[in-house]
Design a protein around this ligand. Structure first.
Ligand SMILES: Cc1cc2nc3c(=O)[nH]c(=O)nc-3n(C[C@H](O)[C@H](O)[C@H](O)COP(=O)(O)OP(=O)(O)OC[C@H]3O[C@@H](n4cnc5c(N)ncnc54)[C@H](O)[C@@H]3O)c2cc1C
Length: 257
């Protein structure tokens, strides 16, 4: 783990994944394991956590100031990178990946290393499904869209109800990233099948330092820092806590999910 100052890297290329998601291809490669993240310094704006979507890229969805600034960057622009930090998804056994929208970013490299047997990807509509061509090449891809524009009509978690499509019991690990409401539904399904320990959830929490010092990403009731002991947390550890209910903002105030 690199705890030094940010490496300044150049943006070599920008790929339009969907109307709201861009991949920034960087001038430097990073050694990492799928699920790890970097702290991205956006000059003059902020420093924010981002998963590595490959050894040389981050994929960003604009939701606020820093992500909007990244989204608007052009080849030749510079950003700072600290990390990679945190733990990573398991890569052994039969793996089911479940994600929504930009949640596919940390799971893409797991799929590209041929570790994922079945990949469930959901989004509001067909044009908001990121990485669909590449995922289709390297996994058994199941798609769901809220507006019925491609694949199953409904939420990605509804796919779990179709036992002809996917039998949860057949998997050794279930790796999940996406909106927390969606991840909570997955955890509830795993609990119902007594499989909470097989679920691995990548949590998005407000992070300042990224290295376990400031405490802004600590979660209740465990008190662990998501940046250091996560971001990938095993399902049984998320029961009876804040997961799926609230998260803290930059000032430490609870915000309902
Ligand atoms: C480990 C980790 C990996 C991540 N990977 C990616 C990624 O690959 N691609 C990507 O686009 N985003 C990723 N995120 C989320 C990203 O860090 C936030 O979207 C970003 O910090 C928002 O900053 P902003 O200035 O654009 O928005 P802000 O103005 O700070 O916030 C805008 C909105 O986004 C919400 N928000 C702020 N911080 C977070 C956060 N950490 N998680 C979720 N929502 C947040 C706020 O509550 C608010 O509603 C990741 C987060 C973590 C913790």
């Amino acid at each position: 783990m690199d705890e030094g100052p940010p490496h300044v890297v150049k943006i070599e290329r920008v790929v339009r994944e969907t109307p709201s998601i861009r991949t920034l291809v960087l001038s430097e490669e990073f050694e990492f394991r799928p699920g790890q993240f970097v702290m991205v310094w956006v000059p003059g704006v902020d420093e924010i956590p981002m998963a590595l979507s490959s050894r040389v890229s981050i994929s960003v969805q604009k939701v606020g100031d820093a992500t909007e600034a990244l989204f608007g960057m052009k080849p030749g622009d510079r950003i700072g990178i600290r990390g990679p930090y945190g733990n990573y998804f398991p890569d052994r056994g039969e793996i089911l990946a479940i994600c929504g929208g930009i949640g596919a970013a940390p799971l893409l490299p797991l799929a590209m290393s041929d570790c994922v047997n079945t990949f469930m990807l959901g989004a509001r509509s067909e044009d908001e499904l990121p990485f669909i061509d590449i995922l289709d090449e390297c996994t058994n891809l199941l798609v769901a869209t809220d507006d019925d524009s491609l694949g199953y009509s409904g939420f990605v978690t509804d796919l779990l109800d179709d036992t002809d499509l996917v039998d949860l019991k057949a998997f050794d690990q279930v790796c999940v990233c996406g909106p927390e409401v969606m991840m909570k539904v997955v955890l509830d399904r795993l609990v119902a099948k007594d499989m909470a320990k097989k679920g691995w959830f990548s949590l998005h929490r407000y992070m300042k330092c990224g290295i376990g010092i400031c405490g802004s990403c600590c979660i209740d009731p465990l008190g662990i820092c998501v940046c250091r002991e996560g971001p990938v947390i095993r399902g049984d550890l998320l029961l009876d806590g804040e997961f799926g209910h609230y998260k803290r903002d930059g000032a430490g105030r609870r915000r309902m999910i």
